[in-house]
Design a protein around this ligand. Structure first.
Ligand SMILES: *Cc1c(COP(=O)(O)O)cnc(C)c1O
Length: 380
């Protein structure tokens, strides 16, 4: 068992709130995805602390089995290089400010999202005597970074004029591949295919083409092209309730805590800030040392449930920054009892989707919200 992150006590003990990550499950999810998309390659998407699972540990365990690692920002790429990850790393976000030299020094692949940026990359690479590896970013309907599909030829032509740039890939991103109706995603894919004809028409070698996120991996096989970029699916979670579950994956993260206090609350006495919950009759209430300062969103107050001793109980009163209360009715619980916030225990299960519903958000935000104060414990 390995423990990473969080704040360690002086005796090296683990905090009473932690996240358990099953690297073996991530490996099985990756293999299930690989089987479904072969012969397409796989980009290991580890941005945002690997969707809360731990950037470095996930990259260490899985990058040798993938074609490329995807991060969102330069700093994530540098962190991976410093910790010895040697796989190709594509920084998916746009290049900002005068960071181009830093990308090149760390052998990171850049996203070229405009002609101007591409020319800057070429100039910096030339001045450093290096060749920059880039993927061209085409906007086919997301209206985020990237050159519009209808102006893409300008970027592609500019790339041909750059002496210090090697275009290794070209990509786009779906805005609606998880929606019930796939028409919009299909339209984006058509636009991307049209952009790619540039290379065929000129008899030029085709860069690595990629557009499929998790939802497209599941639902649009024609979008798999040369490489796919599954994020949430790799972590065993489906991108939305609408998507067909055509690949079986399992969640790999459990979030746990312990009972640290027990008290009896008299009828009508308010619990926590604002006294938003008052028991109708005498109630046993336990305190759990987790709160919105860890990523257990305050929006879940009086809506969430936890599992203690194999039984579900309601969270009550406002979730505080570092603690929250749970009503165990007239049952028993003892200091030190394990509390499952996310995961399974005794036949009961709380899913990322449950937490997302209680918080009024999507599973992505729950996973990436579990912050660094929570130590990650690697099992399996
Ligand atoms: C985050 C991201 C992905 C992965 O998205 P999922 O929906 O988690 O599969 C793929 N591509 C890009 C460009 C991204 O930013």
């Amino acid at each position: 068992m390995q423990i990473h992150g969080g704040i360690s006590a002086e005796d090296g003990g683990v905090r009473a709130t932690w996240a358990e990550v099953r690297l073996g499950r991530l490996e099985r999810n990756l293999e299930a995805i690989r089987k479904a998309v072969a012969p397409a390659g796989i980009m290991l998407v580890v941005k945002a602390n690997a969707y809360g699972h731990g950037l470095v540990e996930v990259a260490r365990a899985l990058s040798p089995r993938t074609d490329c690692v995807g991060v969102a920002v330069l700093e994530e790429g540098i962190q991976l290089r410093r910790l010895g990850i040697t796989a190709p790393i594509l920084v998916l976000g746009g290049v900002w400010g005068d960071q181009i030299g830093s990308y090149l020094r760390h052998d990171l692949t850049l996203t070229a999202s405009s002609v101007e940026r591409l020319e800057q990359i070429d100039a910096v690479a030339g001045s450093m005597g290096l060749e920059a590896k880039v993927h061209l970013k085409i906007d086919t309907g997301m209206e985020r970074v990237g050159v519009h599909w209808y102006s893409a030829a300008r970027l592609q032509e500019a790339a041909l004029r750059c002496a210090h740039v090697r275009v290794e890939g070209i990509f786009s991103h779906f805005a609606n591949s998880d929606a019930p109706d796939l028409d919009d995603a299909r339209r984006q894919l058509d636009r991307f295919q049209e952009v790619l004809r540039f290379y065929e028409r000129r008899g030029l070698p085709m860069p690595v083409r990629h557009i499929a996120n998790s939802a497209a991996v599941l639902r649009l096989p024609e979008s798999h092209l040369d490489m796919v970029r599954p994020g949430i699916l790799l972590y065993g979670v489906y991108p939305s309730p609408e998507v067909e579950r055509t690949i079986a994956v399992e969640p790999a993260l459990a979030w746990k805590s312990r009972v640290v206090y027990f008290k009896v609350v008299q009828p009508g006495h308010g619990v926590s800030y604002g006294s938003t919950w008052r028991p109708a009759r005498m109630a046993r209430v336990v305190t759990i040392p987790v709160g919105y300062g860890d990523g257990y969103f305050r929006a879940m107050s009086n809506r969430a449930e936890v599992i203690i001793r194999g039984k579900r109980y309601p969270q009550v009163g406002a979730v505080c920054m570092d603690q929250m209360m749970v009503n165990i009715g007239w049952d028993s619980a003892y200091n030190g009892d394990e509390v499952v916030l996310l995961g399974e225990s005794g036949g009961e299960r709380i899913s990322v989707e449950d937490l997302a519903r209680w918080a009024g958000t999507i599973p992505y935000e729950i996973l990436t919200g579990i912050n660094t104060r929570v130590p990650r414990v690697y099992v399996d």
